[in-house]
Design a protein around this ligand. Structure first.
Ligand SMILES: Cc1cc2nc3c(=O)[nH]c(=O)nc-3n(C[C@H](O)[C@H](O)[C@H](O)COP(=O)(O)OP(=O)(O)OC[C@H]3O[C@@H](n4cnc5c(N)ncnc54)[C@H](O)[C@@H]3O)c2cc1C
Length: 529
């Protein structure tokens, strides 16, 4: 049987990052990834990522019907390939606010305040344009300005400024609030995923072995400590591998709690009810699920200037050729090019993130409304709803029992009402009015007027923006799953360093924060704290 210093379970954003640091430090590592490799042109070509949704590289987790969201099940797609989310995501590079991390510190995570985490963000980053106290220029992760900017993104940004929200040239600098173009994880108009950067830099090192298309079912536990994993490979054959030092779980916020519970680590009574022998009672596993939701808010414009139809026929061929020949044009775009962070409560922290999408974009299988226009989608940054990830049975093949309890907290409906008013205010400004902008509803319903109608709209249309976190919360209390050095409490030689450890979702996109967590995990392991 193969024996390594470390086994990394899941080759996503966190998995590639921690693996790179360990291999660079001379440790032997086995990485096991459920999905295929990332060798796909739609992974590399920024504008192609939407096409990945219908492929094996994206896994759709479907929730239980959500009584609090009109009885709908809600889908949370996740990356399932080397690079994980970072290979299929919209490449927006955002860290969240400094206070998000100070909040973590104050929630029982000493050593995770902003001043503690900033060096890890900088170490990871290689920023093309920005340097100084907030940015790194020599890290593995490329961060740059996108080469293409759509006229409707510009119009949305001008309208937001006319509505009173200042332009921000760096959401990851001294001030997060304002509106502007996002920086993206790209180098020279090619996606910079954790796989194409971190992992690629050590692939070929004889200390690293990567197995793709292999799914870890359970941990091997000996004398109460993690000593290895069992997995099923691409041919359906069972395998087992051992770790001399530690097993590191990086399967993401929806899969990591599943592996733990299948291994007998989780809420004891619940595991016993499924016939799973209990190794360690950790009631917090699978609790505290959080995600960001957003809503469609549409303004239709007069002229045919949006992205509608650009992926068809001759137009598509022209964009493809332009990308292939010159690395310019629409296909260098991450589509969600611009947005902003707005404080609608006066708390001093943003509670709504606006995403401008230069198209009337639907939520598949629902099509967007016909015609050309701009989506000004508000997302709620500080959701109060909390859900759970559980098992359906003791069978690893079964999908998880996923109850996010989306919109169960009334505060989230109120936040959406504020977000809709904000989007409406932006839509009514001269820079969009000049384009003949008219608000329209997703299916031609009458426009919302009251807060109650806005809440109903949220129940009907709110969807995940794919930032699941929190299901193996870090902390110092009895319900915490990992301690502040990311060790699973009470299970020696086992750590978690993916998005599941976030005690509270940050007010921003979650890829860079997850990579930061994995950078710090490597520090803890290598004793360079
Ligand atoms: C479509 C989409 C768009 C997004 N857009 C953005 C964005 O623009 N900006 C941003 O900051 N964030 C974005 N995100 C979120 C961000 O990408 C994630 O928060 C981040 O990738 C999470 O990293 P992770 O390491 O926790 O998990 P992942 O990157 O999801 O990695 C988990 C890996 O583990 C593997 N795995 C799961 N179970 C097993 C198992 N049993 N055995 C072996 N392997 C397993 C999976 O296949 C996957 O590759 C987006 C996410 C998606 C899905």
């Amino acid at each position: 049987m193969d024996v390594y210093d470390y086994i990394v379970v899941g080759g996503g954003s966190a998995g590639c990052t921690v693996t790179y640091r360990l291999v660079k430090a001379g440790k032997s590592v086995l990485m096991i990834e459920a999905g295929p490799n990332d060798d796909n042109q739609f992974v590399r070509m920024p504008g192609g990522f939407v096409r990945l949704f219908a492929t094996e590289r994206v896994q759709f987790y479907r929730s239980e019907p959500q009584a609090t969201a009109g009885g709908r099940p809600i889908a949370v797609p996740q990356g399932r390939t080397l690079g994980g989310g970072s290979s299929v995501n919209a490449m927006i590079y955002i860290r969240g606010g400094a206070k998000d991390y100070d909040e973590w510190r104050d929630m029982g995570c000493p050593g995770w305040g902003w001043d503690d985490v900033l060096p890890a963000f900088k170490r990871a980053e290689s920023n093309q344009r920005l340097a100084g106290p907030f940015h790194g220029t020599k890290g593995p992760l490329p961060v740059s300005d996108a080469r293409f900017r759509h006229p409707l993104s510009f119009a949305g940004l001008r309208a937001a400024q006319e509505a009173g929200y200042p332009y921000n040239d760096d959401f990851n600098g001294a001030v997060q609030q304002g509106v502007g173009f996002y920086q993206v994880t790209q180098r020279d108009a090619v996606r910079g995923s954790a796989a194409s950067t971190y992992l690629r830099a050590v692939q070929g090192d004889r200390k690293l072995k990567v197995i793709v298309r292999a799914t870890v079912g359970k941990l091997v536990i000996e004398n109460g400590a993690a000593s290895g994993v069992t997995f099923v490979d691409a041919n359906g054959a069972s395998g087992e591998a051992r770790a001399r030092e530690e097993v590191i779980l990086t399967a993401g916020a929806l899969a990591t709690p599943k592996i733990l519970m299948l291994s007998g680590i989780g809420p004891a009574q619940y595991l016993a009810s499924l016939g799973i022998p209990v190794v360690r009672d950790l009631p917090g596993i699978g609790e505290n699920f959080q995600d960001h939701l957003d809503l469609p808010f549409y303004v239709r414009v007069k002229d045919p200037i949006s992205l509608l139809g650009e992926d068809q026929g001759l137009k598509a061929a022209r964009h493809y050729l332009q990308y292939k020949l010159f690395r310019t044009g629409l296909l260098t775009s991450n589509i969600v090019e611009a947005g902003g962070f707005i404080d609608t409560t006066g708390s001093g922290r943003p509670d709504i993130q606006i995403h401008f999408i230069p198209q009337l974009l639907g939520d598949p299988p629902r099509e967007g409304p016909p015609g050309h226009g701009l989506s000004i989608n508000p997302a709620i940054l500080d959701p109060k709803s909390r859900g759970t990830v559980r098992l359906r049975s003791a069978n690893p093949q079964d999908p998880i029992l996923f109850d996010p309890e989306f919109l169960s907290a009334p505060e989230d409906l109120a936040a959406f009402a504020r977000g809709i008013k904000l989007a409406r205010k932006i839509g009514g400004q001269p820079s969009l009015q000049r384009l003949g902008a008219v608000e329209i509803s997703p299916l031609g319903e009458p426009l919302m007027q009251t807060d109650e109608q806005m809440g109903e709209h949220a129940k009907r249309y709110a969807k995940s923006i794919y930032h699941p976190v929190g299901t193996c919360r870090m902390g110092s209390d009895d319900n915490a799953v990992v301690d502040p050095t990311l060790r699973v409490r009470g299970v020696p030689r086992l750590r978690i360093c993916d998005a599941s450890v976030m005690p509270k979702i940050v007010r921003g996109n979650t890829n860079a924060p997850t990579i930061m967590i994995a950078e710090r995990c490597a520090d803890f392991i290598l004793g360079e704290r």
